[in-house]
Each structure stands twice: as structure tokens, then as C-alpha cells.
Design a binder for this molecule. Sequence first.
Ligand code: UD1
Ligand code: UDP
Length: 364
Amino acid sequence: MLSIILGTRPEIIKLYPLISLLKKEKINFNIIHTGQHYSNNLNNIFLKQLRIPKNKIINLKVGSTHHARQISLMAIGIEKYLKNNKKVKAVIVYGDTNSALAGSLASINIKNIYLIHLEAGLRSFDKNMPEEISRRLIDHCSDLLLCPTKTSKDYLLKEGIKKDKIHIVGNTIVDALKSKIVQSSIKKNFNKLKKNYLLLTIHREENTFDPNKLKIIISSIQKICKNQKLHAIFPIHPKTKKLLSRLKYDQKLIRVIQPLNYLSFINLLKNCKIVVSDSGGIQEEACILKIPLITVRNSTERPETIKIGCNILTSVSSNNIYKNAKIILKKKIYWKNPYGKGDASKKSLKIIQKMIHKNEKKYY
Ligand code: UD1
Ligand code: UDP
């Protein structure tokens, strides 16, 4: 049996294609949901819309607390489950969240359970981000590392990880975007929305820790909107909402809405003129859907998007966001998606099955 660890919105979205494949192939699996995200619009709407089977989910309901406590509570719950379930052959974690780190810490000392890291090898080289620490720790204790691109594979090789543990499979976000439910929704809604808006999402610790940073982002967005004759749509993360309530902004220019379900969000992204965000996943989606993007952060673990010219990395200072938005809006869109053809889940499953069947010993 395979145990899939997830806990946040992007993990549900990016693991949905693999979960659908496991269902289709009738492969035994379960899902350990840490409960890191629990609000209806960060969790349930995705489980429901993406048809994640309820009967396969064990929810640890850890909820929000400080990092170390959250990770510990999750790891304790996952370890307890794994120790009591001898059928589990491998644990799959995705990306760089506290849930993924907890899943890894819980699995590494259990004999005969492989730890598999999907979306391995991303590096921002910015140790101020909790995600950077987590992804490094996960990569260095995993038995199998499934990377989205050659760049991520090369980072792992440079860090001394054995070549035979690493495979390039692409990113499962392409599988998600190419899935039937997403494609038919895009077809149905394309051009229904007027392309006269900017899409904004902000949730990273570096932009939500200090109200002044959010203030600068908001005033830059207002400037872009006035200059480009756009309005902004801002599906807001609950933690950013708390901070925004302390700031003044032009509510006609910036329309703050609840976080959206996946299909509604992708339609909004597909039809917008430009996206300004600090998200990881949205960097990939904007690049795949050919939408110009400004990433408001000091570093990115997705350098592929910068290299092909669809994304400008922009640190938060008063004129930067405005200036770079003007530049990216003038660019011709002819970049190629670097994240694969949409078969990352299939490729990953094949490699996982081969590894389990060979019954290889752990590498360390
Ligand atoms: C987490 C991940 C981040 C990922 C993001 C995806 C870590 C360290 N961070 O950030 O890498 O990009 O998820 O969205 O793993 N909250 C709610 N409802 C919820 C969950 C959280 O209101 O369902 C609020 C709480 O006030 C909480 C805060 O958001 O304290 C932060 O939640 P947390 O899960 O720690 O981090 P995210 O910012 O969501
Ligand atoms: N997303 C969504 N609704 C929203 C905002 C984002 O469905 O209101 C999706 C988005 O399409 C992407 C994922 O959530 O697939 C990104 O999640 P987030 O930005 O929270 O996390 P990150 O990718 O930065 O870890």
C-alpha cells in the first residue's frame, strides 16, 4: 500500500492527478491529511471538486500553531499510523510544506518503508524561507527523488545525492491542468470574462510578516491598475486578510474575494491580463497557461520561469512592481512550458512500482 501525505491546498491540487491514476489502476493507497489547511475554502472545496475519495482519507486535524509544534504533532500522528499499518510500503510527500516535512521525519526511521519525494530538487537558496529548509531536509532523507526539470536534478547531484535515486518526471501541475475537468471548464469559460483585470495572490511569510510590505504591494497594484486601466481581483488567503484589514486601499480598484475553488481560480488566471503573486504553484501555472507574471519575492525556486521570460522576480520596493509589470506586459508571449507534457504522475508511478518490486534495500 502507498500512503500519500498532504495537508495544504497546493498539495491537494498537485497530488490529485496521481490519486486519480491510483484509483483508475486500482492500486491500494490511502491519504494521511495532516489538517494543516482546514478552512473550507482552503481544503474541503478542493477535496470535493477534485474528487479525492473521502473513504481513503485519515485526517490528523493538527490545525494551525507554531512551526515546530505543528511539525511535531503531524509527525507523531503519521508515525503512529505507519507503525500500526504493516501494509504500507512507501510514503509519498510533495514539495516543501510543514506537512511534507512531517511525513518525511515520521517515515525515515521505519524499516521497509520507502520515502518518495515528488517535486524534489527545487532550490531558492534563501534560507529565510521555511520551505527552503524543509525541501533540503526532505531531499536528503528520501529514497526516491522525482524532479520536475533538469535544473532540479542538477541541484541534487551537486549536493551529493546519488544519481540512481533521482529521476526527471515533469511536474504533476501540468497533469492537473490537462485533466478533463480542468480542460472542459477552461473551454466552457474562455473569453467569458473580459481580459481587463490583474490577478493578485499574496500569502508568503516574507510578505505577510510586516504590514509595511503588504502596504507597498497594494499601492503598487493600485498604480498599475490606474496606469493600465485595469482593476485587480484578489482571492485572499485568511492570514493575509487579517493583515489587510489594518490597511486602507481603493476598494473599487482592488476587489478582495474569498479564496476560490480550483476551476474558478484557473479560469480567472487563464483570462487575466497579468498576475502578481508570491505563490510557488502559480509561477508554474501562469507559465503553462501563457500569462505574464510578476513574482513578488526576493528569490524563487522556479528559475525555469525566469529563464524563459514569463516571470520577473521582483523584490518589494515602491517602484519595482510597477516598473516590472510594465515591462512584462509589453513582452510577446512565445515561451515554452518547461514542466513536461502532463505525464508526470504516470512516469512517477512507474518508477515507484519498479522500486518497490525490486525490493531494494534502503540507500543509507
Ligand atoms: C502553507 C505552507 C506554504 C504554502 C501554503 C499554501 C508551510 C510552512 N507553509 O502556508 O509553503 O505555500 O501553505 O497555501 O508549510 N489559516 C487559516 N485556515 C487554514 C489554514 C491556515 O485561516 O485552513 C491561517 C491561520 O491563521 C494560520 C495561517 O493561516 O496560522 C498560516 O497557515 P500555515 O498552514 O502555517 O501556512 P500557510 O501560510 O497557509
Ligand atoms: N489556487 C486556488 N484558489 C485560489 C488561489 C490559488 O485554487 O484562490 C491554487 C492555484 O491555482 C495553485 C495553488 O492554489 O494551484 C497554489 O497554492 P498557494 O499559492 O497557496 O501555494 P504555493 O503554491 O505557493 O505553495
